[in-house]
Ligand binder design. Structure first.
Ligand code: PYC
Length: 335
């Protein structure tokens, strides 16, 4: 099957297209403050749907094998977040984007949106200025600065529940806040393991245990939506930062960046607690020592709008190949 007729050929070969692969796929890789993004340029059939949420469901139902093939081993690795570009759904947007990782799909992705912006610049598709990106959870604005930094104006964030306590086996009681920042977060200061580099494996174990306990206790976001990101907040190590975090992502891997949606959720919690004013800069350090700067504004409807600034660098352009004879062309099964 050729790569050029992929969409029609793949749908024709298998209406659900669930086991069909293109011959190849062009991708651009970048990292945002240490966290990788892989933008898919072509070869992936365009999902159907009038909204980005419908398109995400089409991808989840019909093309999940491509998610695994693009970001999981042997072509990818657990930290990579994929970004499938689609035509926009709004007339004033430049592109649509569906983010995915080694385990599932994301509503929004802050580091990923910054990576998409730098990728579009690298491809000559945008120059410094502001564009709009349609995501499954809403449209976000993104400004590419002349210095290469990108500022995301995210979907509205809010604190859903404060002081939620969960009993975590072998750890004890952990108390945190539930907040939305484009994904659902449980944000806590309680940790038996210090938030410092070198402790990522232990922090992953602890946050996974918190995630499991939250699931077991039936704690959720608004409308019963699952909380699938766990964020530990701790004192910063950088003199120019306000806080250091460790974020366990929905695929079970940790964020190397300070997490754009996690920073957005954290800002909403700080605001709900009266610990930050509109416009005040919050410098969020990651477990790797990288930094996002975030702040809040309020729109005419009274929604809190998080702004997150960071920098991404393009690391490679590649053509992924899907050899029909390769038993692992859809990704290596987990061992
Ligand atoms: O930056 O929002 C983010 C993010 C979510 C998961 C990984 N990065």
């Amino acid at each position: 099957m050729s790569n050029t007729a992929t969409v029609d050929e793949m749908r024709a070969a298998d209406p659900s297209a669930s086991s069909v692969f293109p011959a190849s796929m062009r991708v651009v890789d970048s990292h945002t403050e240490g966290e990788p993004t892989r933008v898919v340029l072509d070869g992936w059939p365009q999902p159907r749907g009038d909204t980005m949420a419908e398109r995400l469901e089409d991808v989840r139902t019909n093309f999940d094998h491509l998610r695994r093939a693009v970001v999981c081993e042997p072509r990818g690795y657990d930290a990579v977040v994929g970004a499938l570009l689609t035509p926009p759904v709004n007339a004033d947007s430049t592109t649509g984007v569906i983010f995915f990782n080694n385990g599932t799909y994301l509503g929004m992705c802050g580091h990923g949106a910054i990576g998409v912006m730098r990728t579009l610049q690298h491809l000559g598709r945008i120059t410094p200025g502001t564009i709009r990106l349609d995501t499954p959870v809403g449209t976000v604005s993104a400004e590419l600065g002349i210095d290469g930094s990108v500022t995301i104006e995210n979907v509205p964030s809010f604190c859903h529940a404060r002081n939620v306590t969960v009993d975590v086996p072998h750890i004890g009681k952990v108390t945190g806040d539930v907040a939305w920042g484009g994904n659902w977060f449980f944000i806590t200061h309680d940790t038996p393991v210090q938030v410092k580099s070198g402790n990522a494996k232990e922090l992953t174990r602890v946050t996974q245990a918190i995630q499991d306990a939250i699931n077991a206790a039936g704690i959720s976001g608004a409308d019963g939506e699952p909380i699938d990101h766990i964020e530990i907040s701790a004192p910063p190590t950088r003199a120019d930062a306000d806080c250091r975090n460790f974020v366990l992502c929905s695929g079970g891997e940790y964020d190397r960046s300070p997490c754009g949606t996690g920073t957005s959720a954290k800002l909403a919690v700080l605001y709900a607690r009266g610990e930050i004013a509109l416009g005040t800069r919050w410098r969020q350090e990651s477990i790797t020592g990288s930094l996002f700067t975030g702040w809040l504004t309020m729109n005419a409807s009274g929604d809190l709008i998080p702004h997150v600034r960071g920098t991404a660098y393009v690391t490679s352009e590649a053509t992924l190949l899907f050899d029909a004879a390769d038993p692992f062309r859809g990704g290596t099964p987990s061992a």
